[in-house]
Design a protein around this ligand. Sequence first.
Ligand SMILES: CCCCC/C=C\C/C=C\CCCCCCCC(=O)SCCNC(=O)CCNC(=O)[C@H](O)C(C)(C)COP(=O)(O)OP(=O)(O)OC[C@H]1O[C@@H](n2cnc3c(N)ncnc32)[C@H](O)[C@@H]1OP(=O)(O)O
Ligand SMILES: CCCCCCCCCCCCCCCCCC(=O)OC[C@@H](O)COP(=O)(O)O
Length: 377
Amino acid sequence: MGLLQLLKTQFLCHLIICYVFVLSGLIVNVLQLCTLPLWFVNKQLARRINVRLCYCISSQMVAVLEWWSGSECTLYTDPKSYPLYGKENAIVVLNHSFEIDFLCGWTFCERFGVLGSSKVLAKKELAYVPVIGWMWYFLEIVFCKRKWEEDRRTVAQDLQNLKDYPEKFWFLLYCEGTRFTPKKHQISMKVAETKGLAKLKYHLLPRTKGFWVTVQNLRGSAAAVYDSTLNFRNNETPTLLGILNGKKYHADLYVRRIPLESIPEDEAECAAWLHKLYQEKDSFQEQYAQTGHYPGPIMSPSRRPWTLINWLFWSCLLLYPLGLLLAQLISSGSMLTILASVAFCSAASLGVRWMIGQTEINKGSSYGNKEVTLNNN
Ligand SMILES: CCCCC/C=C\C/C=C\CCCCCCCC(=O)SCCNC(=O)CCNC(=O)[C@H](O)C(C)(C)COP(=O)(O)OP(=O)(O)OC[C@H]1O[C@@H](n2cnc3c(N)ncnc32)[C@H](O)[C@@H]1OP(=O)(O)O
Ligand SMILES: CCCCCCCCCCCCCCCCCC(=O)OC[C@@H](O)COP(=O)(O)O
């Protein structure tokens, strides 16, 4: 192991990265709060400012993936569709099997210039995660309780609000609704069997209602669905902690652009269309498992320096006062102040560990874990 690689595994480095992330994130959250009055005067300007503020936070996580861990993200796609990426609004449908799949998604958003504005249909619990969840509130992220009776109205309304969004965005949908685990897979395949649907090997049975409501409400503002299938080389199981430790991963993403007009408007037809799409996605994963690559040529955009520049900017801004504070603390010689500072840092570390836990599959929800009785009529 080289010296640099050894350095990347040191807890102190992780502490510094997390300190910069959390403090800059809280500063950004406060700045976002300050844009609230502007919403009533010039909503579009407030939205544009928030896009840039959100970039300051999410791009730090992308920087850790791209520059700290040096992970490689390869894109397989059709060369005819490629020039449209980042130039139009799109709904992205992605498999939900990896702890950092959202981060790989963000990396591609970054490379196509839509990182600050990109959105997701996210479970409500994430709205309460400090920094990221609070930032999403100002970004008009659509949250759902995964209870259709309650979501049908709120989700449709929130999607309608995006119709006049002033910046290009990608709207991410994990139609599986939860992350893949063997138990959830087994249960969802029982549901598939009851409904007479073909079984999937690599995906959970997609939930169709969120997809239908998104397509219907973004018609006229989104131009296409980007069907995206992600996997990692050599059966890697990437984690956020692995990235913090400087571990290099190799992500492969296959994207197909499907014009929105070709998706049926009728709910039942749209659901059938989505089930067929997931059968195709399953066959792409099978091909990947057999051959180690997806169909189609590689058209990878390279990483841009902006994430690194943003990260260095916040590090310089926040590490200098931290250094001064530490020097003062040590020179004060007060045992009580030192102990209080150590206690504060330990509590903050536990808080960040809890945030990282939000990305871990084994700490995931029980959604999709319970056997359901279904009538197949
Ligand atoms: C490549 C570029 C990438 C670009 C990235 C761009 C942007 C990035 C931006 C941000 C990144 C941040 C990432 C954050 C990630 C956070 C993601 C999440 O939080 S995922 C969880 C939330 N999202 C979803 O759940 C979306 C999918 N879900 C739905 O669409 C649901 O339908 C719903 C709208 C949430 C409603 O859920 P509910 O449970 O109430 O209803 P359902 O219709 O799903 O359930 C009833 C229905 O399902 C059948 N059923 C029962 N059990 C199962 C089962 N185990 N599996 C499948 N189906 C099941 C049941 O029979 C009913 O069927 P029917 O409809 O026929 O009656
Ligand atoms: C600069 C880097 C610093 C890193 C240190 C700080 C880390 C803080 C990380 C906070 C990340 C919070 C974003 C969470 C996104 C999680 C996405 C996700 O995958 O959610 C799961 C849901 O889809 C489904 O939930 P389940 O039903 O599977 O349960």
